[in-house]
Design a protein around this ligand. Structure first.
Ligand SMILES: Nc1ncnc2c1ncn2[C@@H]1O[C@H](COP(=O)(O)OP(=O)(O)OP(=O)(O)O)[C@@H](O)[C@H]1O
Ligand SMILES: [Mg+2]
Length: 296
């Protein structure tokens, strides 16, 4: 294993998208992209991305590719640049150097809502919901990003507007069912338990019909049983054809659910490979134990 992933590090655990399974989201269209010679279809390409905040180099020449249908883990110690990487991908920050491509299209410089429309959704390390809205309304906000009705048709309550309203509501209900909180549908987000809020965030992200779902520490603060449930949920999401990029500190969860892992430390990629390879990598062990490389 080296700085670049060997061609053999294909998703090893049945990572092919299961197109025949029913998607929890409606109207998802599979992107048509070039196949690589190895048969893997790139979905997201992070190409030599550097991002500086004043003197802080949060990302330093980071390179990795996420292939369609896989679950890729993005790990590293606190401050390694994981969330910054999500922020660069989703248009919150612009890279100082390098570029990011999604479904073959350059997305560096695009706005957040444009990137959402292209099919990238995320959850946040610190949960961001509308606390005074119900679970249903929070998910509908996500679905609204895809409504085609114009302001005019909404104002004049044209049939298309009503149809989209109804479809949006049904879709939100399906998503709440899918993430396991259907019974909390009319509860204010602020009254949901921490675990329910994390699930609601995932449902809201799925409502935008993403091809790629980016999860930033979705299991933070969970007990072991909740982590196991989340692991199952992540697998089910992938089985509907959604590719997943997962930031997570819990090594058991990461090793149990990902097909491949990219490791960052101080903004640099220090390892990439299969979970079993990464677990044995002396640079990764050193990064996590905080000991010098040669002492690990
Ligand atoms: N908006 C910002 N302004 C200045 N520095 C920032 C900003 N955002 C992140 N950083 C810095 O960039 C570096 C990477 O931070 P980032 O939040 O990406 O780390 P992380 O890997 O997500 O860590 P954690 O596991 O603690 O969430 C840190 O040194 C952080 O202080
Ligand atoms: Mg973070």
């Amino acid at each position: 294993m080296g700085e670049t992933a060997p061609k053999s590090s294909v998703p090893a655990q049945g990572a092919a998208p299961a197109a025949e399974q029913t998607s929890p989201t409606a109207g998802q269209t599979a992107p048509v992209a070039e196949q690589t010679p190895s048969g893997r279809e790139p979905l997201l390409e992070v190409d030599n991305v550097t991002l500086r905040f004043g003197g802080v180099v949060a990302l330093d020449g980071v390179d990795f590719t996420l292939y369609k249908g896989e679950i890729l883990g993005l790990i590293g110690p606190n401050g390694a640049g994981k969330t910054t990487c999500f922020n660069a991908m989703t248009g919150i920050y612009q890279p100082t150097e390098g570029e990011i491509r999604f479904q073959g299209q350059r997305i560096t410089g695009k706005k957040r809502h444009q990137i959402t429309k292209l099919g990238m959704a995320r959850t946040f390390q610190n949960i961001r919901l509308f606390p005074e809205m119900t679970a249903l309304e929070n998910v509908q906000v996500g679905a609204d990003a895809h409504h085609k009705t114009s302001v005019i048709s909404a104002l004049f309550r044209l049939p298309r507007h009503w149809r989209e309203e109804r479809e949006g509501r049904e879709k939100a209900e399906r998503l709440l069912e899918f993430v396991g909180i259907r019974d909390r549908i009319h509860e204010y987000a602020r009254n949901l338990s921490y675990g329910e809020q994390r699930r609601l965030e995932i449902a809201r992200a799925l409502a935008t019909d993403p091809a790629l779902l980016c999860l930033d520490e979705p299991a933070a603060g969970f007990n072991p049983a909740e982590k196991e449930d989340l692991l199952q949920l992540i697998r089910r999401i992938r089985d509907t054809g959604v590719t997943i990029l997962l930031i997570e500190h819990d090594m058991r969860l990461v090793m149990g659910v990902t097909d491949r892992i990219v490791v960052l430390e101080f903004g640099k990629k220090i390892a990439e490979g299969l979970p079993a390879e990464v677990r044995e990598d002396h640079r990764v062990i050193a990064a996590y134990l905080g000991v010098p490389d040669d002492a690990a």
